[in-house]
Ligand binder design. Structure first.
Ligand code: PRP
Ligand code: URA
Length: 212
């Protein structure tokens, strides 16, 4: 796949190592959940490198100084339910003051089209950097719909973070929302006939929550 503007594919060995552990079908729910959280934290470190800062005066034990703090209305994290929830706590460890919204979407098992069932976003959302999380970007339908919903509520500065993407989904998301920065942990080979990512890691929601 050719390089796309606004698409950032991670190459850090720590992220790649943890994604490899996630893929292994022998990895159980507890470890899977921890890995998703750790990967989200490592990816957020990269995705948030352009958060605006402002100089504030503080007093160290030695003297007063001006020093940078994250400025303004800061951030919102918006997981796509269910699997995106697994990425939230890792990000909140980095930015504990972020507000959290939720978008409920599930893929219809036959058509693979996203079906909307919930949307609650922090208000006002216009001035926040919004980090949308979902471990899997397969056809791109869910991610694209979630971003459309956030834009309809006034969201402007939107970033999308997924752990594994298929080329088909990445191209769709970028085509539908070229203004959105997309952070990808690993770009996989393709989708299979059931729209699952290959080699992928299976059903992320089921593996995080221990359902089937
Ligand atoms: C999975 C995944 C994404 C979506 C990706 O969710 O977490 O939201 O599928 O597929 P797409 O790119 O083809 O839309 P799922 O619908 O299985 O719901 P769940 O997280 O509640 O299990
Ligand atoms: N959703 C998942 O959880 N896994 C896939 O491979 C595709 C969609």
């Amino acid at each position: 796949m050719e390089a796309l503007d606004n698409v950032i594919i991670m190459d850090h060995p720590l992220i790649q190592h943890k994604i490899s552990m996630l893929r292994d079908k022998a990895t159980g729910t507890n470890e899977f959940r921890s890995l998703v959280s750790e990967i989200a934290m490592l990816m957020a470190y990269e995705a948030l490198r352009d958060l605006p800062t402002e100089e504030v005066e503080i007093e160290t034990p030695i003297e007063k100084c001006m020093t940078p703090f994250i400025s303004g209305k800061k951030m919102a994290v918006v997981p796509i339910l269910r699997a995106g929830l697994g990425m939230v706590d890792g990000i909140l460890k980095l930015v504990p003051t972020a507000k959290v919204g939720h978008i409920g979407l599930y893929r219809d098992p036959e058509t693979h089209e996203p079906q909307e069932y919930y949307c609650k976003l922090p208000s006002p959302i216009e001035l926040r950097t919004i980090l949308v999380t979902d471990p899997m970007l397969a056809t791109g339908g869910s991610g694209s719909d979630a971003i459309r919903m956030i834009k309809e509520h006034g969201g402007k500065k939107i970033k999308f973070m997924c752990i594994i993407a298929a080329p088909e989904g990445l191209e769709k998301l970028h085509r539908d929302h070229p203004d959105v920065q997309i952070y990808v942990g690993h770009l996989d080979r393709e989708l299979n006939e059931n729209a699952y990512i290959c080699p992928g890691l299976g059903d992320a929601g089921d593996r995080i929550f221990g359902t089937k």
